[in-house]
Design a binder for this molecule. Structure first.
Ligand code: ADP
Length: 325
């Protein structure tokens, strides 16, 4: 299958939605069309592949999508696809619909599915679309910048009320098991304390003491950004209030972080990565992950990419600590 000429490609979005997925779909459809390919949109992630829910897309079917959050192809989680029988069914349906290649836009879980499809003979290229920035082989994931800006807007607003009431605010942000959103949003918003799963913390030394120190230095509020991977945000706020005597409120930002019009950065990177996926399929470079490395859009083998590990930048942790005085 690897050497056969590519005439028809499919595109799907899978896992959690992220702003910029539409920009990526648009880039796949229009780049494909530019090169004379037939591009088929697959609905609801791997569910649509298994159930044959797909339709041909044209450059016009992605008009007016660039500025919209979410994904016009819809997204879903698909349990059946995690079983070998589900993957085999998907490969078979892809054959029935004449797909010579597939572009998967999603996160880490979706990449594992893409790897299974690749290994089962369907040439597949994946690109990172997730707000979490938690893809090991890529410095950047589409949706991250929009999410950070949403968090920034929310925290700036919470800060106004926290300062006026001289409160402590504990704000939980998304990121699954990763702390990138918390760390960068924390720096952007001047959080006094940032708690991420990658770094152990001690309640007395890393939460209570900095709050008392901030107060004695004349700070009117304390903003604590907590990554969702830490958990227990509501209880933490109660414990802080009980132990400091400072009124403390918890806010869980939740799904507001997933929505909204994508930022310029997300639109441009999604466009570059989507186009690169099509280029790779046309070059016969299958089974790849399109990613950002050293600031450039490039690609890695899907199996190798999934084995890589990503570390949280220690210099940013250090910076956040220095600037919180
Ligand atoms: P994300 O892609 O955002 O990480 P999920 O982890 O929910 O989201 O994965 C999306 C879909 O990818 C799942 O519903 C499933 O169909 C498929 N998937 C997830 N993990 C695996 C896996 N280990 N092997 C095969 N397919 C997987």
């Amino acid at each position: 299958m690897e050497n056969r000429k590519i005439r028809t490609i499919g595109v799907l979005t899978s896992g959690g939605d992220a702003p910029g997925m539409n920009a990526a779909i648009r880039a796949v459809v229009r780049t494909g069309s530019y090169y004379g390919l037939k591009v088929v949109g697959i609905k609801r992630g791997y569910n649509g592949l298994i159930n044959g829910e797909m339709e041909e897309m044209s450059p016009r079917s992605v008009s007016e999508t660039l500025q919209r959050g979410g994904t016009c192809l819809m997204t879903a989680r698909c349990l059946e696809f995690r079983e070998p029988a589900g993957v085999a069914r998907a490969v078979n349906i892809a054959k029935v619909f004449g797909l010579d290649g597939l572009v998967v836009i999603g996160g880490d879980g979706s990449f594992r599915g893409a790897r299974d499809l690749s290994n089962s003979g369907l040439p597949t290229v994946a690109m990172p679309g997730t707000i979490d920035n938690d893809i090991s082989c890529s410095e950047y994931t589409v949706g991250y910048d929009t999410c950070l800006n949403t968090v920034k807007d929310a925290v700036d607003k919470i800060r106004d009320t926290a300062s006026s009431h001289e409160r402590c605010s504990v704000i939980e942000v998304m990121g699954r098991a990763a702390g990138y959103i918390a760390l960068e949003a924390g720096i952007a918003c001047g959080a006094e304390i940032i708690l991420i799963p990658e770094k152990e913390f001690d309640f007395d030394d890393d939460i209570l003491r900095p709050i008392f120190e901030a107060k004695s230095r004349g700070k009117k509020h304390a903003i604590i950004i907590v990554a969702e991977g830490i958990g227990g945000t509501l209880e933490m706020a109660k414990e802080i209030e009980a132990k400091t005597g400072i009124e403390t409120r918890a806010t869980i930002l939740g799904h507001v972080q997933r929505g909204g019009t994508p930022t310029v950065r997300d639109r441009v990177i999604a466009s570059q990565m989507g186009a690169k996926c099509v280029d790779l399929l046309l070059e016969g470079k299958m089974n790849r992950i399109v990613c950002m490395r050293d600031g450039r859009i490039t690609d890695v083998d899907i199996n190798e990419g999934l084995e890589m590990t990503k570390t949280i930048p220690e210099d940013l942790i250090e910076l956040a600590h220095k600037l919180s005085v």
